[in-house]
Design a protein around this ligand. Sequence first.
Ligand code: AMP
Length: 250
Amino acid sequence: MPTPRQQARITWLKGADFPCEPFPAPQSRPWRLVLLGAPGIGKGTQAELLARKFGACQLSTGDVFRVAKRAPEEEKTPAIREALEYMKAGKLVPDATVVALVEERKPCLRCTTGFLLDGFPRTVFQAVELERILRQEQLTLDAVLSYDLAEAKILDRVNGRRVCAKCKISYHLKDQPPQVEGVCDRCGGPLYQREDDRPEAVHVRMETYLHSTEPLIDHYQRQGLIVHIECGDTPQETFARTLTALRISG
Ligand code: AMP
C-alpha cells in the first residue's frame, strides 16, 4: 500500500527539483504500465486503483498541467501558458512540450515502485519518444491497457463528472453522487466541472482521441503489448477485469 506521501507524487507533479520525501518503498515486482482510453472512460480512476494495488505512482500528464495551471502567473513559462490554452480548448498540447515535461521527470520512470502512465503517450510520436527514454533507462513496459466503452456511455460519464477542487477525487452526478450536492465526501472541498469536460471541449477531445491516440493501439499491438479491457458498469468491476487481464488475483 503506498503511503499518502508517495501518492502525492511530488516529483511528477512539480518536476525533478522536488524529490519525493520520504522516498517510496521499492516494489519487489514493479509494474510499468501505460493506460489508454477515450477521455472520460475512467482510466484515471483505474490508474488510482492500480496505484494502490501495485504501490506505483499514477503519472498523469493532465495532472501536471492542472497543477501548473494553479501556479502563480509569474511562475508559468511561455510553453506552459501555451499548453494551458490548448488544454482549455480540449486540444492536445504540442508533442515537444509534453515530451520535454516527461523527460524532465525521468526519475519517476526509473522509480523502483514502477509507474502507471495515464494520458501519455497520446500520439505515435510521443510513444516513440517514450521508447527512446525507456531504452536510455534500460526499462521496458509490461503492458499497455486499452479501455473500451461505447461512445454514448462515455459522453454520459463525462457530462456527469465532477471533481473535488481540493483532493481531486471524482464523482458522477447520477452514478456516484456526493452525499451533499457540490461538496466532497472525503475532504469537504467544493466540486467543479473540469473546463475540458464542458460539451464544446469534449467534442474536440473525442475527435482528437480518434485521430491521434487510437493509432497508438495498432502501434502497441505490433509490439504485443496491448491488453484490451471492456469497461464494466462500476470502477470496481472494471478494476476486477483489469486484474484478470493482467493475470493477478484480486
Ligand atoms: P487528461 O487529464 O489526461 O484528459 O488531460 C487533460 C488535457 O491535458 C488534455 O485534453 C490535453 O489538452 C492535455 N494533455 C495531457 N496529456 C497530454 C499528452 N500526452 N499530449 C498532449 N496533450 C496532453
